[in-house]
Ligand binder design. Sequence first.
Ligand SMILES: Cc1cc2nc3c(=O)[nH]c(=O)nc-3n(C[C@H](O)[C@H](O)[C@H](O)COP(=O)(O)OP(=O)(O)OC[C@H]3O[C@@H](n4cnc5c(N)ncnc54)[C@H](O)[C@@H]3O)c2cc1C
Length: 476
Amino acid sequence: MRIAVIGGGIVGSLIARELTRYTADVLLFEKEPDIGWGVTKANSAIVHGGFHETPGTKRASFCVEGNMLYEGLSRELDVPFKRIGAYVVALSDDELPTLQELYEQGLQNGVPGLEMHDRETVLAREPHLNPSVIAGLWSPSVGITEPWSLAIAAVENATHNGLDLHVAEGVTSISVVDAHVKQVITEKSAYEVDAVVNAAGLFSDRVAEMVGLSEPILFPRRGEYALLDKKIGRVVSSVIFPTPDALSKGILVVPTIDGGILLGPTAEDLSAGKKEATETTRVGVHQAIEGARRLVPDLDLSLVAKTFAGLRPETPDKQFVVGRTSITGFLQAAGMRSPGLTAAPAVARYLVHDVMKQDLGLNKKGNFDPIRQGIRSVLDLMGENADALIEKDPRYGQVICQCNQVTEGEIVEAIHRGARTLDGVKFRTRAGFGRCQGGFCTDKILMILARELDLSPSSITLRGGESDLLDGVVRR
Ligand SMILES: Cc1cc2nc3c(=O)[nH]c(=O)nc-3n(C[C@H](O)[C@H](O)[C@H](O)COP(=O)(O)OP(=O)(O)OC[C@H]3O[C@@H](n4cnc5c(N)ncnc54)[C@H](O)[C@@H]3O)c2cc1C
């Protein structure tokens, strides 16, 4: 039995990992040179509670179940996850009915621990909030994580359990005979398969077309952000939502897992062809900042370290497309718009254990190992442990990224685990993610990559393709 998963975002990565619990041969194809570089790379990183979702929909049930799976998953895969809770705040009387609707919706969806708080309680817990706040809906199950780290960790663990990983290998077509999938054809080769899972994010409509399914066209809804450096401290300790609007959950103030504060996202519909339009705009970033300041007025904007944008894969009916199709062996986990990050563990479970296990007659492996150990961060180790590590390997005493205190030892480990580009190192170690955004460490990381991979420095790229970092030799 051979199963191909298309797409190494959070959804495809978790599906691939679930599949490696069974005796099938599992292949994962990702067109980018690394895991988690699609929608998974740029979002709010919130593990949502589920009160925003319409009761009775797949989005609601997968979101609430996915949220509950995060604790175990993050423990098994050694990925950061914190249940910090969230407030949805009403800043005027006309927003109060929406707060009440979200509360009741949350109760129907089975979201645990929801409470309505008055102004005094909200301000006592979050003193930097806009003093005009009238009330807040408190949801303690909301969490934050690092989405790309979870995708990378899931793939590392799956590979340990037998996954055949193909990065930088986009799927170009799929052959179907008598309404059964037969072959996956990539930029490099062709593979006989018994089943295919379409987890291609924004491009999942194009993959569905490869088997002749005319899925609704996915259109990108751009969300722009400004990220404040961790020097800002905890101006808020939970995720702060406004009341939602017709397009999105609104512009938020979100503590990030490594201590920064994220402002955004905006919501701007783009045409279906603009699936790579992740550039930021002056208007968008301004909107993100002003929207956030409406919730938390005294944000120190001199600490903006980075702006970026993500593209939500929107479906016309706002629903996920998950499950079987009219083509035997072709399954979908497509149109995974927000809260797709939250829902992903539940979607993976459902597709693999409730659908594919039966349809394909999959048998459990006796030796599946669910545990993966992350790269040890010297910064997080306590004194003696750090000393012991440095004694064993002095490269762990050599700090390369000053902002995030990432050592040469960690960068080398990231490369040995699959990083081939500067971004590959950055997303595995946070080197280059700090206040200077790589201004002081890019050259050093580049030279370590070249040395470890035995390549010339000029062949090291930012993120593969034509993203060259060096143009030529100035002086020998
Ligand atoms: C602005 C914004 C904010 C969000 N905030 C949240 C949030 O806070 N919480 C939450 O739960 N959700 C959030 N989401 C939604 C969440 O990010 C997505 O639902 C999730 O990341 C989708 O993951 P995915 O694996 O489906 O897609 P992707 O991460 O895009 O993965 C799909 C992969 O398929 C690859 N691919 C495409 N075509 C091919 C091909 N032909 N061959 C091989 N590979 C291919 C792509 O390169 C990509 O890596 C947000 C989204 C955005 C944009």
